[in-house]
Design a protein around this ligand. Structure first.
Ligand code: 13P
Length: 249
């Protein structure tokens, strides 16, 4: 059975004080679902978040990392650095990284390799832009993003990969993919995996949906058979809203 996961991507929000407050509020929430819960604070808050959630079923994950082991890459953070503070999962390929920091499929393939080499689990994000959806190219775009960054991997590597479909037009816009649109794309993603790696692998990989998931729409989206959870932006900055989504399973 594949895992249900709800991950909060804090993006570039929360200084130390706000992070402390949000984490202490998160720790007071009551989890009624079985979903794995993750939060992704910015680098400056990772250590504090990791330390203060040790006794709680909340995994602290990173929002990004570099593909090199170390060296002259001013401003970057390596896989080894993440591991050194206990981080075991990293988000890679977020559309904001692709759009604003020119992250290419090629660079992402290298990042994925580096993460796996360090035994770091990857939440690999991808998704089409509005123009792709309007022109009917959304499946091709998504298929290429997955193939270009992941299809050099061995089947067994997929134990350490979580996929996150985030249509760019639904991120931070308040406009969500309909549950049917999400299900249809997730089923397509699973078929793409099955064609390359076989049905067993395809059935074992968790595929999260991201893009304006809120307490009032999470249940319907999560009820779809190929939607295994969510990657939550805005609503993850409020402890009650975030746990309403965690408990929507
Ligand atoms: P929103 O939930 O704010 O739309 O953000 C989604 C997202 O980008 C999560 O990574």
């Amino acid at each position: 059975m594949r895992k249900q996961i709800v991950a909060g991507n804090w993006k570039m929000n929360n200084g130390l004080i706000q992070a402390e407050t949000l984490i202490s509020e998160l720790k007071q929430q009551n989890q009624t679902s079985e979903a794995e819960v993750m939060i992704a604070p910015s680098f400056t808050n990772l250590w504090h978040a990791f330390e203060s959630t040790r006794q709680y079923p909340i995994e602290v994950v990173a929002q990004n990392m570099h593909f090199s082991e170390d060296g002259a890459y001013t401003g970057e953070v390596s896989a080894g650095m993440l591991k050194s503070i206990g981080i075991q999962t990293v988000i890679l390929g977020h559309s904001e990284r692709r759009a604003y920091f020119n992250e290419t499929d090629e660079a992402l393939a290298k990042k994925v390799d580096t993460a796996l080499k360090h035994d770091i689990r990857v939440i690999f994000c991808f998704g089409e832009e509005l123009a792709d959806r309007k022109s009917g190219n959304h499946e091709t775009v998504v298929e290429n993003q997955i193939k270009n960054a992941l299809f050099h991997l061995k089947a067994s590597d997929f134990e350490h990969i979580i996929l996150a479909y985030e249509p760019v037009w639904a991120i931070g816009t308040g406009e969500t993919a309909t549950p049917e649109q999400a299900q249809s794309m997730h089923a397509f993603i699973r078929k793409t995996l099955a064609d390359k790696y076989g049905q067993d692998i395809a059935e074992s990989v968790s595929i999260l949906y991201g893009g304006s998931v809120k307490p009032n729409n999470a249940k319907e989206i999560f009820s779809k058979p190929d939607v295994d959870g969510g990657l939550i932006g805005g609503a993850s900055l409020n402890a009650e809203d975030f746990f309403a989504i965690v408990n929507a399973f």
